[in-house]
Design a protein around this ligand. Structure first.
Ligand code: 4AD
Ligand code: MG
Length: 478
């Protein structure tokens, strides 16, 4: 009996002496004798040993980096170092050839920039296969965490008629003929003839709909794609990213922070336990990469220790007001080293300030609360001081803001006033206000940027490297 398997299973379980069959892609072929085969199930390759006397020259020539093959043979203990088992091939079949003259991936180091240009092939590298296995684990861990706690996974719409963040950075969705846009008498676009008979956009957040769910199901979360047409070409912004948004009823900002901290620790631990080899590889990659950097820009902890540190230490919690104090008195502010100097209470925090707090001042994750209401969204609960809202942002080393959330304003009158103040149309959001009319209750939630989480866990410097096909200004290839 031939046992059909994959590389991960063969390397990790004792199937010695079995006749096995395995499919994969050739990574390297040495001395017409040793094939390194990978099928994406693990960072490791399995060595296939062939006796070239048994194969035609024609077949041997077709075994190149990238060729898809099928191998049958006995699993034996390996004499070579670095691996426990190898396959002594009896039979090799070629699924698909790979021309070494034109195949862009060669068995050598390619830059991440180059690999981003060939995103359709980059999964075949060690770095990207490790990243996407870690991404997979994190995604599963998130669902498991919420499922085990009795949360309901709610699918909120992608196409929406409202701007959940009130920030206006939305992608329009329309079936109108852009070469012949229908206009009404006053010359404005006639959305009555558009598909939904009103202007619609891709969602920036599932929060408002999640709130509707929480007001009946008590604990819900969304985990879906969100879209932002902000023109930010940074290492932490995407135009299309995935967000996890839990929403909990009968909860305040403290419950919200506790939930977020617990979730983050849980998923990081899950990745450490389930992706040890991938993380070892990524840690080593990072160490090599950091050797190119000046000493003072290198991170002080290797990747896995950094992850363990997150699990083992409480996040620092402080108010925006306390943070502003620290920042105003900080050396980079006094020496005018910040690009945006902090001059007074009310200033919006830039990533340089967030990173100072996390990486220099506290040296651990930080949760900032109670921001000035003028720099936060309309739905956040107003504090008794009338100046601040019950917002909470979690800031991570190397990443900056990873979570943004708040307790929600559950009082109809206060919410309506805030919406008017911020020019949010109340009539169109009647359904949202209904929640405050019928059985309103304190509730809270947050949004965790999934790619920023994957970035943190994999140690990747650029967010474009942790999503299979990144979308950013000027790029929607693949
Ligand atoms: O802080 P944000 O804008 O919050 C909201 O959207 C709320 N409605 C969430 C809620 O309370 N349910 O976004 C939440 C998180 C950020 O902290 C960040 O991690 C991520 O989403 N994020 C982005 N990630 C990648 N690219 C972008 N352009 C992002 N914008 C936000
Ligand atoms: Mg935010």
């Amino acid at each position: 009996m031939i046992y059909k398997s994959n590389v991960k299973e063969l390397l990790n379980t004792d199937k010695r002496g079995q006749i096995v069959k395995i499919d994969g892609w050739v990574r390297t072929f040495r001395n017409n004798q040793f094939i390194s085969l990978n099928d994406g199930s693990t960072i490791n390759n399995i060595q296939v040993v062939i006796d070239f006397a048994n194969y035609s020259d024609e077949l041997l020539k077709r075994i190149n980096t990238g060729t898809a093959i099928s191998v049958e043979g006995e699993l034996i203990e390996s004499l070579g170092k670095g691996q426990k088992y190898e396959i002594k091939a009896d039979k090799i079949e070629i699924h698909g050839d790979c021309d070494p003259e034109t195949y862009p991936l060669q068995p050598k180091k390619h830059s991440l920039e180059f690999l981003r240009e060939i995103s359709h092939l980059r999964f075949r590298t060690n770095t990207y296969s490790a990243i996407f296995r870690v991404r997979n684990s994190l995604s599963f861990a998130i669902h498991k965490f919420f499922f085990d706690q009795g949360f309901v996974y709610l699918h909120t719409p992608i196409i929406t008629g409202s701007d959940a963040e009130g920030a206006g950075e939305m992608f329009r969705v329309t079936t109108l003929d852009l070469d012949n846009i229908p206009k009404n008498e006053s010359g404005a676009i006639d959305f009555k003839s558009d598909f939904f008979e009103k202007p619609t956009n891709l969602t920036v957040s599932g929060q408002l709909e999640a709130e509707l769910g929480a007001m009946a199901l008590s604990k819900v979360y969304t985990f879906g794609p969100t879209f932002r047409a902000e023109n930010s070409n940074t290492t932490r912004h995407l135009a299309e990213f995935w967000m996890i948004e839990p929403e909990i009823a009968f909860a305040d900002i403290k419950d919200d922070m506790d939930l977020a901290e617990e979730l983050l620790k849980y998923v990081v631990k899950f990745a450490l336990e389930n992706n040890a080899e991938d993380l070892d590889f990524l840690e080593q990659r990072l160490i090599e990469e950091e050797k190119q950097k000046p000493q003072d820009q290198r991170s002080d902890l290797p990747l896995k220790e950094k992850l363990r540190f997150i699990i083992e230490n409480d996040f620092e919690r402080l108010t925006y007001t306390e943070a502003i104090d620290i920042l105003m008195n900080s050396a980079p502010n006094k020496k005018k080293k910040f690009k945006y100097l902090i001059e007074k209470w009310g200033a919006d925090l830039q990533s340089e300030h967030e990173r100072y707090l996390v990486e220099k001042h506290f040296n651990k994750p930080v949760i900032l609360t109670d921001y000035p209401k003028d720099i936060k969204a309309f739905y956040m609960k107003v504090n008794d001081d009338g100046k601040t809202v019950r917002a909470m942002d979690i800031l991570f080393p190397g990443i900056g803001e990873i979570v943004g959330g708040s307790q929600r304003e559950e009082r109809l009158d206060v919410l309506t006033d805030r919406m008017k103040e911020m020019n949010i149309p109340t009539e169109e959001m009647d359904w949202y206000l209904d929640l405050r009319r019928f059985g309103t209750a304190p509730h809270a939630g947050f949004g965790l940027g999934f790619e920023r989480l994957v970035q943190f866990v994999t140690g990747m410097g650029n967010i474009r490297d942790v999503i299979p096909f990144p979308r950013y200004p000027g790029n929607a290839r693949f």
